[in-house]
Design a protein around this ligand. Structure first.
Ligand SMILES: [Zn+2]
Length: 438
C-alpha cells in the first residue's frame, strides 16, 4: 500500500478533459498538492492509504471554476449604481467612487471579500484587473486561491499611479516580487484602447514578450468604443491593435461583442484568447459575443463574470447558464453551446487562456489538485440523469460544499477554512457605510 496525503471518493467525477468523461464511483488520489491517480474507488482502497480520506456519496467532483475576467475589489461597489450605460456608469459612478475610496486597505478588504464569494461558489482561480496589486496578492496568499493579477495600465491618474509609466513601473516591481510564487502570477492589463496611447501599448507588448506575460484588455466591448475609434482614426479597435502586432495568442481579449467580418479575419489569423462575459454584456446592453463563430475559427473561448458592480456577482454557475442560453437565443439553434461545452469554457478553456492548462483546469494526473465537490442530491437537482446538465442548467452555487486548491482544503461542508466569514461581512458593512455617507 502506498501512503499518500489524501484520497477523495465520490459518486461522480467529471474530468473536464478534452473528452469530458463522467466517471462513476471513482477516487481522486492526491499527493504533494497534485493529482497522483484517478481510479475506481474499490481499487483505490486496495492500493493507497492516507490520513485524510473523505467520501462524497452524493456529490460530483470536478475541477474548480476559472473566472477568466474579474475586478475583484469592485465587490464593495456591488449595487452602488445599476441600470446605466457603460460610459455613464463608469464616468459618473464607478470612476468617481474609485477615485475617492480605492486604497491599499480598500483593495485588500474588498479582494478578500470577493475571494470568499468565489470560494463559496466553487471558483479556484481568477484573472483580475485592478489597482494596488500587492494588496490583491496579499489577499490571494491568505485565501489560498490561485490568482492571476493584472498590471493595470489606464491613461489617467488614480491613487495607485499617476502616469502610464508609473503604472508599468509599479507593475514590474510587483511582477519581480511575486514571480516565484506558486499560486500568484502577474499579467499585463491595459484597460482598453480608449484609455491608452498606441505608444504605451507598444511598450506593454514588448515588455509582455520579454517577460512572457499574458495581456488582458477589454476589446470591442460596446458599439460606442468602435464608433469612437472609427471617428478618431477611421479604423476599428481590433484593426488598430493588429496594426501594431498586439493581437496574438498572448492577448486575452475580453468581451468582443462588436464583431464584423474584418474582425473575424484578423482573429482567425492571430488567434487571441477570448473571454466571454455574458451577464455583464447583457446587463450593460453592450452586445453579443459570437462564441460559436470564434470557436469555429479554432479560437479558445473562456468565461468570466467581470466585476461584481456590473454583474452583480462572481457566480460561474450563473455565467455558464447565461452563456448557454444566450448562445441558443442569438443563433436560433438550441444545439449551440451544449452543457459540456459550457462546462469546459468555465474550467479548461480558462486555464488555456491564462496559459496554465498544464497546471490546472481539469482533473488530470499530474495537474494541481484544484477541485470542488457539488452536492447534487437535492430537491433542486434530482433526478440525476446527467450530472453535467444538472450542474449547468439546474444547480446553484450553494450546492458547492467543498473546495481545494493545490490539495489544500479551503472550504469544508460550506465552512471557509482560510477566511473568517463574520469578519469579512463586518468589513463590508464598514466600507458600505463609509461609501454611503458621502
Ligand atoms: Zn472588465
Amino acid at each position: 500500500m502506498e501512503t499518500v496525503n489524501q484520497i477523495i471518493h465520490a459518486k461522480w467525477l467529471i474530468t473536464c478533459e478534452a473528452d469530458n468523461q463522467v466517471l462513476e464511483n471513482h477516487a481522486l488520489v492526491i499527493h504533494d498538492g497534485k493529482i497522483l491517480n484517478i481510479l475506481p474507488s474499490d481499487k483505490a482502497t486496495t492500493l493507497y492509504q492516507a490520513s485524510d480520506i473523505q467520501h462524497f456519496d452524493h456529490h460530483t467532483l470536478m475541477p474548480g471554476f476559472i473566472n477568466s475576467h474579474t475586478h475583484l475589489a469592485m465587490n464593495l461597489f456591488r449595487g452602488l449604481a445599476d441600470d446605466l450605460t457603460l460610459m455613464n456608469w463608469l464616468n459618473h459612478h464607478i470612476w468617481p467612487a474609485e477615485k475617492k475610496w480605492v486604497s491599499d486597505e480598500f483593495v485588500y478588504d474588498a479582494s478578500l471579500f470577493a475571494m470568499a464569494e468565489m470560494i463559496r461558489s466553487g471558483t479556484t482561480c481568477f484573472n483580475d484587473m485592478y489597482f494596488f496589486l500587492p494588496a490583491t496578492a496579499k489577499a490571494t496568499h491568505t485565501a489560498g486561491i490561485r490568482g492571476h493579477i493584472g498590471i493595470t495600465v489606464i491613461g489617467f491618474p488614480t491613487a495607485w499611479a499617476q502616469t502610464s509609466d508609473e503604472y508599468i513601473a509599479k507593475g514590474l516591481a510587483f511582477y519581480n516580487e511575486y514571480k516565484n510564487h506558486d499560486r500568484i502570477t502577474a499579467t499585463f492589463a491595459p484597460h482598453a484602447i480608449y484609455t491608452e496611447t498606441e505608444e504605451t501599448l507598444i511598450k506593454i507588448r514588448d515588455l509582455a514578450e520579454e517577460h512572457d506575460l499574458k495581456i488582458n484588455m477589454h476589446v470591442q466591448e460596446t458599439a460606442d468604443e468602435v464608433n469612437q475609434s472609427l471617428a478618431q482614426t477611421s479604423k476599428r479597435p481590433l484593426r488598430r491593435l493588429h496594426d501594431i502586432n498586439f493581437v496574438s495568442p498572448r492577448l486575452i481579449a475580453v468581451h468582443m461583442t462588436q464583431i464584423d467580418d474584418e474582425d473575424l479575419e484578423i482573429v482567425a489569423k492571430t488567434k487571441p484568447q477570448i473571454v466571454h462575459c455574458p451577464e455583464s454584456n447583457m446587463k450593460l446592453a453592450s452586445g453579443s459575443c459570437p462564441v460559436q463563430q470564434f470557436q469555429s475559427l479554432g479560437l479558445n473561448v473562456a468565461l468570466g463574470t467581470d466585476g461584481a458592480a456590473s454583474n452583480n456577482d462572481l457566480n460561474m454557475f450563473g455565467e455558464m447558464r447565461s452563456a448557454a442560453m444566450h448562445a441558443k437565443l442569438i443563433t436560433g439553434n438550441p444545439e449551440s453551446l451544449a452543457a459540456k461545452e459550457v462546462l469546459t469554457m468555465a474550467t479548461l478553456n480558462g486555464a488555456k487562456a491564462l496559459g496554465i492548462d498544464h497546471i490546472t483546469g481539469s482533473l488530470t494526473v499530474g495537474k494541481a489538485a484544484d477541485f470542488i465537490a457539488i452536492n447534487l442530491d437535492t430537491i433542486e437537482t434530482l433526478p440525476l440523469y446527467h450530472p453535467t446538465s444538472q450542474i449547468v442548467y439546474a444547480a446553484s452555487r450553494s450546492q458547492v460544499t467543498d473546495v481545494w486548491v493545490a490539495g489544500k482544503q479551503l472550504m469544508k461542508n460550506r465552512q471557509l477554512l482560510t477566511l473568517d466569514e463574520k469578519e469579512l461581512m463586518k468589513k463590508a458593512r464598514y466600507w458600505s457605510q463609509k461609501i454611503q455617507e458621502t
